[in-house]
Design a protein around this ligand. Structure first.
Ligand code: ZN
Ligand code: ZN
Length: 55
């Protein structure tokens, strides 16, 4: 399925608590996941659809 949640920044699977998963704030079409590590370090993410990037 396409529902597997992975961190947009580092690609790790998001299975544990503390991870974030949201729609792209720009296009709303892409689902962006963030792991705790990347949130901690404010690693930027990039939307694969519209190239929007954010912290
Ligand atoms: Zn990550
Ligand atoms: Zn987007």
């Amino acid at each position: 399925m396409e529902n597997e949640r992975v961190c947009n920044s580092c690609g790790v699977r998001l299975t544990s608590k503390g991870t974030t998963f949201f729609s792209c704030p720009m296009c709303g079409e892409s689902q962006i996941g963030r792991c705790t590590n990347c949130r901690d370090q404010s690693v930027p993410y990039v939307c694969p659809k519209c190239d929007f990037s954010g912290p």
